[in-house]
Write a protein that binds this ligand. Structure first.
Ligand SMILES: Nc1ncnc2c1ncn2[C@@H]1O[C@H](COP(=O)(O)OP(=O)(O)OP(=O)(O)O)[C@@H](O)[C@H]1O
Ligand SMILES: [Mg+2]
Length: 421
């Protein structure tokens, strides 16, 4: 009986520690993040020029001190109560001992019984404590295991259907957006609203619109990173949700605005566009040639085997435009039927941009392409231009048609053109 309170207290404090670790998750995450930005090569420039070291150190010290104080309170309480209950266990043992000593003195039990009983008591107490503390450890781990199982029970929301339709080997008609609307989960506003248009097979469509107009969101919908909240997107007359997800994504080659600068070799940085063909040197070189990455790689001491980025030994960092050329090569790594480039040339110099688009036109001949750019010199090369404003389609047509229409496109075009006159 005397060891049971200690066991109950142990259990109680385990649950309290768990609850505290859980409720302090945002702060612990913030501490991790502060530690990361405080010591990363990616943030070093701005930390230095803006003089942010003390700001970050102070914030870290403050949050970690709050966490320390909360922890200390709990740990002290645990130590005090733990001492009290384990004392209780010992006191129980000695009371029992006194009782049998008393019985021996009174002649109720023999000296042999005393030796036997006192040995048995101390053994029993140790055994019981061992069993109970093992239970306590299991119960404690079970708390954390529950989170682990909850995590693995999360179901992906974007899935393949049970019986997927076969994808067209060559796109026949093209894509059709039917009254497509989409809203991000934590947002009250529609990012894309009531979009209806066709993207014909083989067409080059440019998306134009001011920052936040919904261009990247539209790309995320075509690539099925999100499904529309309303309406549907058809490919050759079939809702894209009815195709196998992996096969569908394989058909599309996308370079995002915020592409990843993988801290890997130049070769792998290009091969990620089609990782199954990672060892296909000829293909990687061809892709590099097409995106102008070849000239960047030619200057690297170790060529395609050169580690990029500063994280690992002998890593070489590139300029923004050089990285973009490398990323662009990923689009040419696969036989994609739809190529999507979200501001692929924003960081390129004028000559490189011109060349990239000369090649892009050749390479995407017969393919469908979606192009996002804020530079009208690029945009005007597209067959048609879709102008977005606040998630809605404002106008669609060729460069000439839209200029003649004298709407938003014409306004933005003339604004930019003015700067060059
Ligand atoms: N992950 C997200 N969660 C919530 N809202 C988002 C998210 N991404 C974008 N938004 C919001 O959705 C709207 C459309 O954003 P989107 O990224 O599509 O714009 P964009 O046209 O690509 O702009 P930019 O020219 O700046 O790249 C914006 O109002 C933006 O704030
Ligand atoms: Mg964008």
């Amino acid at each position: 009986m005397a060891v049971i309170p200690a066991f109950i207290a142990e259990n109680y404090f385990d649950r309290r520690s768990y609850a505290m670790a859980y409720s302090w998750t945002p702060q612990r995450r913030e501490l991790d993040y502060l530690r990361y930005i405080g010591a990363s090569d990616e943030t070093a420039k701005e930390l230095k020029v803006f003089g942010l070291s003390n700001f970050i150190i102070d914030r870290f010290a403050w949050v970690s001190h709050q966490y320390y104080l909360a922890n200390r309170k709990l740990v002290v309480r645990r130590a005090v109560w733990g001492t009290f209950f384990s004392t209780l266990g010992s006191v129980g043992y000695y009371i029992a001992y006194l009782v049998i000593v008393g019985q021996t003195v009174a002649g109720l039990i023999s000296l042999g019984d005393l030796t036997f009983l006192s040995g048995a008591f101390s053994k029993l107490q140790a055994l019981l404590q061992g069993i109970l503390s093992r239970f306590a450890i299991i119960a404690q781990n079970a708390l954390y295991l529950k989170d682990w199982f909850t995590f693995f029970a999360i179901q992906p929301q974007i899935t393949s259907p049970q019986a997927p339709k076969p994808l067209p080997t060559v796109i026949q008609k093209g894509f059709r957006f039917e009254n497509v609307s989409f809203k991000y989960a934590n947002s009250a506003q529609w990012a894309v609203r009531n979009l209806t248009f066709d993207l014909q097979a083989g067409e080059k469509l440019a998306l134009v619109g001011e920052n936040g107009a919904g261009k990247t969101t539209l790309v995320k919908l075509i690539t099925r990173l999100y499904d529309p909240k309303e309406g549907r997107i058809l490919l050759d007359g079939v809702d894209i949700r009815e195709y196998d997800l992996q096969a569908y994504r394989r058909m599309v080659g996308t370079i995002f605005q915020d592409f990843v600068r993988f801290q890997m070799t130049a070769q792998d940085n290009i091969a990620v566009g089609n990782i199954d063909d990672r060892a296909n040197q000829a293909l990687v070189e061809q892709a590099a040639h097409q995106s102008l990455a070849q000239e960047v790689i030619n200057q690297l001491p170790e060529g395609y085997g050169q580690m990029l980025g500063k994280r690992f030994d002998n890593g070489v960092d590139l300029s923004g435009g050089q990285w973009q050329k490398i990323a662009l090569a990923r689009a040419y790594m696969r036989e994609a039927q739809l190529i999507i480039l979200d501001e692929p040339t924003a960081a390129l110099d004028a000559r490189a941009e011109y060349e990239v688009f000369q090649r892009f036109a050749q390479l995407t001949q017969g393919k469908t392409a979606v192009l996002i750019s804020h530079r009208f010199s690029t945009v005007r090369m597209a067959d048609r231009i879709l102008v977005l404003q606040n998630g809605q389609m404002q106008e669609i047509g060729s460069h000439e048609e839209l200029l003649a229409r004298d709407g938003l496109y014409a306004e933005l075009f003339h604004l930019q053109a003015q700067g060059y006159q």
